[in-house]
Design a protein around this ligand. Structure first.
Ligand SMILES: C[S@@+](CC[C@H](N)C(=O)[O-])C[C@H]1O[C@@H](n2cnc3c(N)ncnc32)[C@H](O)[C@@H]1O
Length: 232
């Protein structure tokens, strides 16, 4: 199973979520089908995509009246569009909900270039959208889980605004990725989530769920920070 799927299912269990939206699905078997949640919706404009709503995320949000506990943004990986997808997702996120953004930790400059020109893995410049909200919105809690090309986490909360002190480009991202993206290792996920939560969790629930690191390791999780170091 993909480690993003393990992460999303873990969040559903951890917070007892009941509703899930996926933006950008393509083949249901990639991820959507494996998400264990009471209510699920998806959108994707590709003619052959297996989405419930065959339309762009902008069109989807225009017609949507529902609210969701968990929203996975994995559509058009251009920062301008991801910024809009995050803004729309925040508007229809239930209290206590979480947004997960895929592909936030590219390991090379080529794999985040727009337009998509590489033959191999491509993340787009999604990371810039994440940095944008780290700079602009103090009413969010944000960190990036170091797995599956970087899974950005956004919850309503509080954060110290990021002051990069330099231009937002790949060269500077490369030097500052850990701090700009507030990178958290998979073994630290539960604690990072608990810091974003205002209500207290019963101790039994917390101790019963302290296994994300093990779960994700057995799913074959790779650290993007280590991969990046090995490519330098
Ligand atoms: C990387 S795939 C999604 C993969 C899937 N979520 C997974 O976990 O493997 C990205 C998808 O986003 C879709 N997409 C492109 N532009 C979009 C847009 N504006 N709104 C929603 N989806 C879009 C593409 O058609 C493509 O199927």
């Amino acid at each position: 199973m993909k480690t993003r799927t393990v992460l999303l299912n873990f969040l559903i269990q951890f917070f007892s979520y009941e509703s899930y939206l996926e933006i950008g699905v393509y083949d249901n078997d990639f991820n959507f089908k494996h998400i264990r949640c009471k209510y699920k919706e998806s959108c994707d404009p590709a003619p052959d995509a297996q989405a419930m709503f065959r339309m762009t995320s902008d069109d989807y949000f225009r017609q949507n009246k529902r609210k969701f506990d968990l929203i996975f943004i994995d559509g058009l990986h251009h920062s301008e569009q991801v910024i809009i997808d995050i803004a729309n997702s925040l508007k229809c996120l239930n209290k206590g909900g979480t947004i997960v953004i895929h592909d936030c930790l590219p390991t090379t400059e080529e794999m985040q270039l727009i337009p998509w020109t590489t033959q191999g893995d491509w993340t787009g410049d999604t990371w810039k959208a994440f940095v944008h909200y780290r700079q602009m919105n103090k009413n969010l809690s944000m960190f990036t889980v170091d797995t599956d090309w970087g899974c950005g986490i956004i919850r309503k909360g509080r954060q110290e605004l990021l002051v990069p002190g330099c231009e937002i480009n790949y060269h500077n991202f490369n030097k500052n990725r850990r701090s700009w993206m507030n990178v958290v290792q998979t073994s630290e996920l539960e604690n990072a989530l608990l810091k974003t939560e205002t209500k207290d969790f019963p101790a039994a629930v917390i101790s019963g769920l302290k296994y994300f690191g093990n779960l994700i390791a057995s799913a074959g999780s790779k650290s993007m920070l280590s991969l990046h170091k090995s490519k330098r």
